[in-house]
Write a protein that binds this ligand. Structure first.
Ligand SMILES: C[S@@+](CC[C@H](N)C(=O)[O-])C[C@H]1O[C@@H](n2cnc3c(N)ncnc32)[C@H](O)[C@@H]1O
Length: 239
């Protein structure tokens, strides 16, 4: 099976991201819940991992006059965010860095909040990344993950695994068509196939996320689902 790298996938998606996934309400609800659960306040230093076109970062800034560092491994996704930063004169509040999450090299105790929405599931080996996130958070700082609660580990030919994924995708694709139209459906359909085939998408359950955070030394770990979309959850954990 020919696989496309995550970088190329987002290079291709960048120009239509905001008018496909960005049109789907439950995506915005997930980001809103992440911001709410973060407890962000004025002057907080926030790291947005996989900032993409800036949808999450902009919601943080709407909530509080904080400072954001956005990192992403796709120049094309980030260039759309950079245009927004310029257009909205947010240069004082936001800086963007082209960086892979597996190569985070910020100093120890740098951030009040490290947040990431629908990004960390692109990383197969999550342990070292979570440990690094713990390191760069200030004591008492919060890690916030918004993602899909679905265990996609195991054999691709496992029918229980496939059924679980198809249950989620059924609702995901219905909402994509309803709220984003044909283009959003088309994109999310292709994305769904990548989830099924573990082609750059490696979702784990929030039970597994919780264990990873515990192992990395986090405390006060809480998980909150979206009220009307059980597959989407936000985990918060304190250093
Ligand atoms: C689905 S988008 C999410 C964007 C934004 N957080 C949101 O919720 O709308 C995933 C983003 O993560 C980025 N990404 C994927 N793997 C990454 C990695 N290993 N390091 C940094 N960014 C990554 C992609 O380039 C893309 O911009």
């Amino acid at each position: 099976m020919k696989k496309r790298s995550t970088k190329n996938w987002f290079k291709d998606w960048a120009n239509e991201y905001d008018r496909t996934l960005g049109k789907i309400k439950r995506h915005h609800k997930l980001l809103d819940l992440a911001v709410e659960r973060s407890g962000v306040k004025k002057n907080d230093e926030v790291l947005d991992i996989g900032c993409g076109t800036g949808l999450l970062s902009l919601k943080f800034l709407k909530k509080a006059d904080c400072r954001i560092v956005g990192i992403d491994s796709s120049r094309d996704m980030m260039s759309i965010f950079k245009e927004k930063i310029k257009r909205l004169s947010l240069e004082k509040n936001v800086s963007c860095k082209f960086k892979d999450a597996v190569k985070i090299d910020f100093k120890k105790d740098s951030f009040d909040i490290v947040a990431s929405t629908v990004t960390l599931h692109h990383i197969k080996k999550k342990d070292p990344v979570i440990k690094n996130i713990h390191k760069i958070l200030k004591p008492g700082g919060r890690f916030v993950v918004g993602d899909i609660d679905i265990d996609t580990t195991g054999k691709l030919t496992d029918i229980d695994r496939l059924t679980r994924l198809l249950d989620y995708l059924k609702m995901e694709l219905v909402l994509a068509m309803k709220e984003g139209g044909v283009d959003a459906f088309n994109r999310m359909y292709d994305n769904g196939k990548k989830h099924i085939l573990n082609d750059g998408e490696y979702c784990i359950s929030f039970k597994q996320w919780r264990e990873l955070c515990k192992k990395a030394g986090f405390r006060k770990i809480t998980v909150k689902p979206l009220p009307d979309f059980k597959w989407f959850k936000v985990l918060t954990a304190v250093k």
